[in-house]
Design a protein around this ligand. Structure first.
Ligand SMILES: Cc1ncc(COP(=O)(O)O)c(C=O)c1O
Length: 552
């Protein structure tokens, strides 16, 4: 491909991308493929002769798109957001074009310097304490990591190194291996799995601190565990607090935990992977109070700040703590200006990711980014109201930001079945979590383009519940298909359930609302006469949604 063709294909690709994103809601959010679907669609070997570009683009629709889960769809409510914006995508193109590997200042001065300045801009947007801002002579500062998992791992390894050195300074006779075997790290039982993995990779013990009834860790419980462990001859050295837990967006009490960590000479790392972006809004900033006690802090602008993956920002109070722990300096990488992100991370190479931050911050402005966060929080509250309006459901954790945890009142099996029905409908996509032993559904507002209409449309979760559940509340009758469903969800045969629709409609007539009962009466009649096409049209028109068709 020469420059002339690149210009032509580039314009076509921009059009393809814009069309994809503008029309994304026409695609089912969750793919209808089986594991291994792709292998059979492509050759077993790479082509010897060059392929044709048009064929590749055709194959994108034929082979790739059918297997894509559309994270940018306004009906994607799973996990947490994967941020995306046009300015960030354009900046990423430029990053690819420059194609530098910015492992040292000399390897591309703009790459190293823009990153330091962007981390300062963002740190100031979050009102981080002065010691995290590099400025021109600060001791702290920030870098871009690929993921929150890496930031946690790096902080744990730096803390481990610092702890071993400290113990050996006062007890030079103690061997490193012996000290390592006594080190203990702590994190919330609700912390992300990457925190536990960091301890496994770092080869240190990790103890999980129980949470209170809001799924947050308070100072009392940590203190108690520290006393026990010190009495047993162990050396507590690290605590990872979470602001915005993955399961329920709970916030550990860092104003209590921070002073304890400082007194005990423990490194406090704060993982705010999702929630961190919201701290640019003054109304959410109080949740970050206590940051002044932390040694390191990380969040993912690639989750909620409109900067495409990967961009996970990490700040440390003292750069030397992290650089000093991992510095290896071969001659070919040496330069009199030693500023470089490579000392903060495992890989040597670094992409020019700060370009994405620069484009996004300049094109949205702080106000534009705040508006994005606030809009998504309002949408989450709207969904919460939908759930609360239906007495068969319950909200399982306080809705603070863009995440709503909810479930049908009733057994875990029932909720598993509800999620299965929702997933099979391919209309909205959710994932579950576990809270206090309960199977809970998470609804996270994710896409930049999700609006109130999409949230209202998501109330299909109630229809799915109707088809899948005997509902425990006295507001709803029992669905007689329940036995089929719970014993073997795959045998929800229309035939077998035909009578059930009838019974269910009658029961619901007295219990829920007339529309729903009417729907089931019509379904019963249509199924009885095997009017499948009419059945589909009717179901679709009843709900103005393809979901019913999917569910049927
Ligand atoms: C609280 C928290 N920490 C860490 C992670 C892991 O993030 P990453 O994929 O950037 O490693 C997540 C992912 O959702 C998270 O919610």
């Amino acid at each position: 491909m020469d420059a002339a063709e690149f210009r032509r294909r580039g314009r076509e690709m921009v059009d393809y991308v814009a069309d994809y994103l503008e029309n994304i809601e026409q695609r089912p959010v969750y793919p209808d493929v089986e594991p291994g679907y792709l292998r059979s669609l492509i050759p077993t070997e790479a082509p010897l002769e060059p392929d044709n570009y048009d064929d590749i683009i055709k194959d994108v629709e034929r082979i790739i798109m059918p297997g894509v889960t559309h994270w940018q769809s306004p009906y994607f409510f799973a996990y947490f957001p994967a941020a995306s914006s046009y300015p960030a995508m354009l900046a990423d193109m430029l990053c690819g074009a420059i194609g530098c590997i910015g492992f040292s200042w000399a390897a591309s001065p703009a790459c190293t310097e823009l990153e330091t300045v962007m981390l300062d801009w963002l740190g100031k947007m979050l009102k981080l304490p002065e010691h995290f801002i590099a400025g021109t002579h600060g001791h702290g500062g920030g870098v871009i990591q690929s993921t929150a998992s890496e930031a946690t791992l790096m902080s744990l390894l730096a803390a481990r190194c610092k702890a071993v050195r400290r113990v050996q300074e006062t007890n030079p006779e103690r061997l490193e291996a012996e000290v390592l075997s006594k080190l203990v790290a702590y994190s919330s039982e609700q912390a992300h799995s990457s925190v536990e993995r960091a301890s496994l990779i770092g080869g240190v013990m990790m103890r999980k601190v129980p949470t209170d009834n809001t799924y947050a860790v308070g100072g009392g419980m940590l203190k108690k565990m520290l006393e026990e462990d010190r009495a047993a001859g162990l050396i507590p050295f690290y605590f990872c607090a979470t602001l915005g837990t993955t399961s329920s967006c709970a916030f550990d009490h860092i104003t209590e935990l921070g002073p304890i960590c400082n007194e005990e000479n423990m490194w406090m790392h704060i993982d705010a992977a999702y929630a961190g972006s919201a701290f640019i809004c003054p109304e959410f900033r109080p949740l970050l109070n206590g940051i002044e006690f932390a040694d390191s802090f990380n969040f993912n602008p690639h989750k909620w700040l409109l900067i495409n993956f990967d961009c996970s920002t990490m700040w440390v109070k003292k750069r030397q703590d992290i650089i000093g722990a991992f510095k290896v300096e071969p001659l070919y990488l040496k330069h009199e200006n030693q500023e470089s992100g490579r000392h903060w991370q495992i890989p040597l190479g670094r992409r020019f990711r700060s370009l994405k931050m620069w484009f996004v911050f300049r094109l949205y402005g702080i106000e534009g980014l705040q508006a994005h966060i606030r809009k998504q929080v309002v949408l989450a509250k709207e969904f919460e109201s939908l759930v609360r309006a239906d007495k068969r459901f319950e909200i399982c954790a306080e809705v603070v930001m863009g995440l709503v945890c909810f479930r049908l009142k009733g057994s875990n099996e029932l909720n598993q079945l509800l999620l299965k029905r929702i997933t099979e409908s391919r209309t909205i996509h959710l994932v579950p979590c576990q809270l206090s032993g309960l199977f809970v559904l998470r609804f996270a507002v994710c896409s930049r383009v999700t609006d109130s209409g999409h949230v209202q449309h998501s109330s299909i979760f109630r229809s799915a519940a109707m088809l899948s559940s005997p509902v425990s509340s006295n507001h709803c009758a029992v669905d007689p298909c329940e036995n089929n469903l719970t014993q073997n969800p795959n045998v929800y045969e229309r035939k077998e359930c035909r009578m059930s629709y009838f019974t269910f409609s009658i029961c619901n007539f007295f219990a829920i609302d007339f529309d729903v009962s009417l729907t089931f009466i019509v379904l019963f009649v249509l199924q009885s006469f095997r009017c499948e096409p009419i059945l589909s049209v009717y179901a679709a028109s009843m709900s103005s949604s393809p979901t019913w068709v999917g569910l049927l």
